[in-house]
Design a protein around this ligand. Structure first.
Ligand SMILES: [Zn+2]
Length: 334
């Protein structure tokens, strides 16, 4: 196989985090890291009700339609709390053939929960999804992409095959510390450090960063802030090395939420929600259509390559980390 053949086989893991806009406000007001699960109080204050009023349904259905039109299946990391609010929507996602994976129970940093509460909530959320879909989830993404070293063993014990929380980025807003030089292709992490290769059974599916600068590029939020080409070029670059990932939230395609709290931070956080984001997601789907796969398929491809006897033909392209010359300069930023 030539290098260009291998490159042409690398795939894009496309995923959706199914949570609400107010679950992602950690960066704006710091609330979600510590104050949830009292989402009911938040909702009472801003909606006059203890549950949301259905605003997540329409943009999620829009995403489902967009994927169906191209016959694509992807992964939905569903928050347990959202599954309780919208059980029929989760079933609808599964009926469309998509993978239903876990985004935890409430949108709380695992560093706040601690190992025991994290494990209890992980199992409760997995049970909830299993009751809705008939199958236990095998994939996990941490709320706010906040990860603790002990989580790897907990996820394995709970039967998870892969995690998709690491972003190979310099620290931003207090997140991604120590992840700047994380592998950029699927790998097995170390039990001591999820951003380093090691001997865990769990597969890590990392999110890419912008080349050389090493700043996060694989999410809808950063695409809205830095522009379409920021993520588009980072994804093209990452695909030369191996499978890579991009994720977004349906709420980003919907009506702009009511701004609350810090005005400037909200302007940045909510920049380009709605029609701009809808067009951008459609363009990502259109341009990478032939390479898009669910997260589970990428993890299983790595495991299949490892299980294949030496010299045997395997499905999927070989992957390699960045060359030494491409690594981020050793700035003392983290
Ligand atoms: Zn989330």
């Amino acid at each position: 196989m030539t290098t260009s053949d291998a490159r042409s086989l690398h795939q894009l893991v496309l995923s959706v985090d199914l949570d609400e806009w107010f679950h992602s406000r950690r960066w704006v007001d710091g609330q979600q890291a510590v104050c949830v699960p009292d989402t009911a109080a938040f909702l009472r204050k801003f909606h006059g009700s203890e549950r949301p009023t259905g605003e997540l349904v329409e943009p999620t259905r829009h995403v489902l339609g967009l994927l169906r039109a191209r016959r694509l299946t992807i992964t939905f990391f569903v928050l347990g709390q959202v599954a309780r609010w919208y059980p029929d929507l989760v079933k609808e996602i599964q009926d469309h053939g998509h993978e239903v994976a876990s985004h935890g129970l409430f949108h709380v940093d695992m560093s706040v929960l601690g190992p025991q509460v994290f494990e209890d909530q992980l199992l409760e959320a997995a049970d909830l999804l299993q009751r809705l879909t008939g199958a236990a989830p095998v994939g996990y993404r941490a709320p706010n992409l906040v990860y603790e070293p002990w989580a790897t063993a907990v996820l394995e014990r709970a039967g998870f095959v892969y995690d998709a929380s690491v972003c190979a980025s310099r620290p931003i807003g207090g997140k991604y510390r120590g992840w700047t030089n994380a592998p950029t292709v699927p790998y097995h992490p170390s039990y001591a450090d999820v951003a380093a290769r090691g001997d865990a059974r769990l597969v890590e599916l990392p999110l890419p960063s912008f080349p050389v600068l090493r700043i996060a590029a694989g999410s809808g939020i950063v695409m809205r802030i830095f522009g379409f080409n920021w993520s588009y070029h980072a994804l093209r670059h990452a695909l030369r090395r191996g499978n890579t990932s991009f994720y977004f939230h349906p709420w980003e395609l919907g009506a702009r939420p009511k701004p609350l709290g810090h005005r400037l931070k909200n302007e940045i956080f909510l920049r380009h929600t709605g029609a701009w984001m809808s067009r951008s997601v459609e363009t990502i789907v259109e341009r990478f259509s032939s390479r898009i796969i669910p997260a589970r398929a990428s993890a299983e491809a790595l495991l299949a390559r490892e299980a294949a006897p030496a010299g045997a033909a395997v499905t999927g392209a070989p992957e390699s980390d960045v060359a030494i010359g491409d690594r981020a300069p050793g700035l003392s930023i983290d």
